[in-house]
Design a protein around this ligand. Structure first.
Ligand SMILES: CC(C)(COP(=O)(O)OP(=O)(O)OC[C@H]1O[C@@H](n2cnc3c(N)ncnc32)[C@H](O)[C@@H]1OP(=O)(O)O)[C@@H](O)C(=O)NCCC(=O)NCCS
Length: 153
């Protein structure tokens, strides 16, 4: 029987993490490029994470997605959210779950706002974020991404 595990990513997960990201069709993952997907980059990323959060979704031993909340390690008070779900596990609520988990982590940490950036043509992601209560607050002129915030009350 298939089961789902959500847990923090460790350095030892870098290879599976790289495999998952690199396996996505270019068109599917075209709007997600916050870092390179090679193992060395991901080892460095996971090694460096202190307060920043990198969580992986697993089905059996296969990593099927991840989300991150980062910015704390760089001194920002408002964390930035990012997500990728493997295309073969899309549409079953994993990204929605990651947003709920992110909000709970932020509430635990007393965060007032959560930020994300999304390409205007990434309609699936835009819909997902708006449904989760994120509101567009600006635009990143460097890459034409839309900036969204979620305010904790
Ligand atoms: C955007 C993304 C994270 C959504 O992940 P997901 O796990 O499939 O999302 P969920 O299953 O939680 O579904 C969220 C909503 O999107 C809808 N959805 C999911 N895939 C869809 C698709 N291909 N086309 C249209 N709608 C879709 C779902 O039906 C759901 O809508 P509903 O709540 O009204 O039913 C995923 O497509 C992805 O990883 N894309 C590539 C990386 C990326 O673009 N990341 C975001 C960068 S800002």
């Amino acid at each position: 029987m298939k089961n789902l595990v959500l847990r923090p990513l460790a350095v030892a997960d870098a290879s599976a993490f790289s495999t998952m990201l690199s396996a996505q069709p270019p068109e599917y993952i075209q709007y997600f490029r916050p870092f390179d997907f090679d193992v060395e980059t991901l080892v460095k990323l996971l090694e460096a994470a202190q307060d920043d959060v990198y969580m992986g979704f697993f089905v059996g031993s296969e990593q099927v997605g991840f989300f991150m909340l980062r910015g704390w390690d760089s001194g920002y008070a408002i964390p930035a959210y990012g997500v990728t779900i493997s295309q073969s596990f899309a549409g079953i609520g994993l990204a929605t779950l990651s947003l709920d988990a992110s909000k709970t982590i932020c509430r635990l940490r007393g965060v007032e706002r959560l930020m994300l950036k999304v390409h205007p043509d990434n309609l699936t992601a835009k819909r997902l974020y708006e449904k989760a209560g994120f509101v567009q607050t600006g635009e990143d002129t460097r890459n034409a991404n839309l900036v969204y915030h979620y305010d904790f009350k």
